[in-house]
Design a binder for this molecule. Structure first.
Ligand code: E4P
Length: 213
């Protein structure tokens, strides 16, 4: 059965989702969702202040879903090295007991994932736009336990640029069928009810959706 995550950087939305649905299996956050948190809008933060704010937010979320997974994303751009991601991941992973650390699926992000999964840190490989990235995640994290690695294809952003995001979900699920099941597919960047229902129809492992979806 497809697990349901909330895509939000606001603990109040966690509360609302729990009130409406009775349960959720997890929540995904990222720096832009955190910036949209009503308490952050319009404020200027230093990196240390951002980290403190982000820590407070994920702690509030984690306390509401202690048995679920909470994705916490590292700050990275095209030039960020694996060692910097590993350092942030180690720090963020101490904030809560149920973190999946989100890393970009770049060559450096994959190096970081390989090292972190060996240390027993759970990862959510994000910004996935093609099947080769999903294959690379599988290879980089071999040996990890099922549940410790998510791969996040960005359905809506692919649709935005004229490609078919749902086809990517279907193709990755099919490619992984021949494997050992250690990577779970998490459909992200969900924009519509059609994305939502199709993800479930395809038997995707996890879907993360905004509260309005
Ligand atoms: C979740 O993990 C992703 O960060 C999120 O779904 C991205 O959504 P967006 O394309 O709407 O930014």
């Amino acid at each position: 059965m497809t697990k349901l995550f909330l895509d939000s950087g606001d603990p109040k939305e966690t509360k609302e989702a729990l009130a409406v649905l009775g349960m959720i299996d997890g929540q995904t956050t990222n720096p832009s969702l955190i910036a949209k948190n009503p308490e952050a809008v319009g404020k200027k933060f230093t990196r240390e202040e951002i980290n403190e704010f982000y820590k407070g937010v994920v702690r509030e979320i984690s306390a509401q879903i202690p048995k679920g997974s909470v994705s916490v994303e590292v700050y990275a751009d095209a030039n960020t090295l694996a060692k910097d991601m590993i350092k942030q991941a180690g720090e963020f992973n101490l904030w809560i007991p149920n973190a999946h650390i989100k890393l970009p699926t770049t060559p450096e992000g994959l190096k970081a994932a390989s090292e972190l999964t060996k240390q027993g840190i759970k990862v959510n490989m994000t910004l996935v736009f093609n099947q080769s990235q999903a294959a690379a995640v599988y290879a980089a994290t071999q040996g990890a336990k099922k549940g410790d690695v998510f791969v996040s294809p960005f359905v809506g952003r692919l649709d935005d640029r004229g490609e078919n995001g749902m086809d990517l979900i279907k193709n990755i699920l099919q490619m992984y069928r021949a494997g050992d099941g250690h990577v779970e597919v998490l459909a992200a960047s969900i924009r519509s009810l059609e994305h939502f229902t199709k993800t479930i129809e395809f038997g995707c492992d996890i879907i993360t959706a905004p509260l309005k979806a």
